[in-house]
Design a protein. Sequence first.
Length: 363
Amino acid sequence: MTDLVLSDLTRSYGAINAIDNINITVGAGEFLTLLGPSGCGKSTTLAAIAGLDQPTHGRINFAGRTLFDAAAGIALPPEARGFGVVFQSYALWPHMTVEDNVCLSLKLRKVAAPERNRRVGEALELVGLTAYAKRYPGELSGGQQQRVALARAVVFRPALLLLDEPLSNLDAQLRQEARVWLKSIQRELGLTAIYVTHDQEEALSMSDRIVVMRGGHIIQMGTPQDIYERPVHPFSASFIGSANLIAGGSVSEVSEQEAVITFGDGQAIRGVAPLPLQSGSPALVAVRPQNIRLAEVPDANRLLVRFGPANYLGDRFEQEAFLGECRLRLQAIRPAPEGQGNIWIDRANALIFPPDERAKDKT
Ligand SMILES: Nc1ncnc2c1ncn2[C@@H]1O[C@H](COP(=O)(O)OP(=O)(O)OP(=O)(O)O)[C@@H](O)[C@H]1O
Ligand SMILES: [Mg+2]
């Protein structure tokens, strides 16, 4: 069942489009994540859905209702949309206790007192803060405050939950716990959720689908497995999974879904081609650091490189290597000696793409 539809959404600031013709359809009960680097338009998209900002063009529909239509001059205010919203700053009322903060939205909705108390109790239990009900925000840790903000956003069982980097201020361990817990709340209450992050691990572990954004555009949309295992754009491969992008080669051989890219020094890499390529045209290879091998180097896809220094990461080393001018990062249990040596890339792990026209853009 379709819940939320964003059609041709554009938000301009002068000559700059913070988002540029965005189209996304979200299913009921789906957990959809907007993922991308700083400034790519994630918050702008979320604010447009919440009604906190008005796009320049486009339409937003939710459960068959028009929330926004630039051409028709329709823009429902945030309170008429009634979504649960959590932004990066928790914005709790400092003079109200935890339970009063959580209860406020129910009072505003004129929910009767017994029902209110029941629901607040339930929400605080859900976020593990029952014992903190009478405390004030100033008496809580950052992580606890963030949980209060979430309890407040879910207590009135919004049809749509909008979360803008809600776990950003938690330390690594708490963040991991909060991910599991937030996901279970969303499932338990059957909420449709739109989640914003620039943390790839968070996106991969929590989402039903991920929208990869750059410079106000959608680069790829799909399940976490789609995005990680079958990137359709070099940006997806480098942003999710930190793939090396080896540029400067051209296509010397191409068949269905496979190609060979040859570099200026005559070295070649055979790999998978997710997009159509033309023989003789420029291309690049995307390969993840953990897929570059140092041991048992066979003939095919063997490359001569110059190894640089290695950094110890605990369970492995990270080392740099230069293929001509191109700097690669690789990971290995035992690093190679500095200087000349060989690496090997399995052809299934080498993705050959047309050049990324917008690679020099910051976002
Ligand atoms: N009020 C504004 N005036 C001008 N430009 C703006 C305004 N708000 C946002 N922008 C621009 O729109 C673009 C998208 O901003 P947005 O806040 O959506 O990014 P984001 O993806 O949420 O980034 P971050 O991860 O840093 O929060 C940025 O280039 C930003 O500078
Ligand atoms: Mg933002």
